[in-house]
Ligand binder design. Sequence first.
Ligand SMILES: [Zn+2]
Length: 226
Amino acid sequence: MTGPHSSDPLTGREARGGGPDGALSAERVFAAGARLAAESARFNGFGWMRGTSGNLSEVVGRDPLRLAVTASGLDKGELAETDVAVVGPDGAAVGVEGVTPLVPSAEAGLHARVAALTGADAVVHVHALSAVVAAHHWPRGVRLRDVETLKGIGRLAHDDEVVIPVIRNSQDMVELGDRFEEAFDPRTPAVLVASHGLYAWGADLKRARHVTECVEWLLSYAIATR
Ligand SMILES: [Zn+2]
C-alpha cells in the first residue's frame, strides 16, 4: 500500500476509496461480525455499551490494513453477524463483494490507528462509567500498583507502576489518533478518552475482552479507594 491509488497485489483492483477489496471474502467478514456481535452483547450486558454507544473491531487484513468494525447507529445488544462494516487505515469504508455496505462507526479511524500502531488484531471501545470517572479524577493518567489484577493486563502484581494514559476527547479521529500515538505506552494495552470512554486491545478479541474487563475493574478499584 503506497498511496491512495495503489491496487490490491492479488487482484489488481482498486482497494481504497470504496472500491471492492477482492482479497477479502464475505465469509471472513461475517465470521468476524459474529464474534463482534457476541462480544458487543456481552459488554452491553455489563452496561458498557448503552444505547448505540461503543464499537468493536477485528483486523481482517494487514497488507493493506482492513478492519471489520461494528456498524454505526445500531443497538449493541442486538447485533447480527451482518451488522459489520469493513474499513481501511483511515477508517473509511471499503467495499467487499457479498457484503452490504453499512456505515462504519465514526470512531473506526481510531480503531485503525490503534491496530496499526500496536499490532493488535482486536480493539474494544466501550463507554464504561468507571473510565469516564477515572479520567475526570486523573486527567494526566491513572496510576496503579501492587494489585493482583494488573497481571490481567500483562503487568506485574508487585513493584510495577502502571499508568493508564488519558487523552482529551475530539470528534476528529485524526486528532484523536495523534493524541493516542503521543500517549501510547507499549506496556499498557489500554487508553482512556476523557469525558468519553475506554479503548483496549489484544492479539484477538478474547484477549481484548480480558484486558477490557481487567482495566474496568482496576479503574473501579482506583475510584473506590481514592
Ligand atoms: Zn465512543
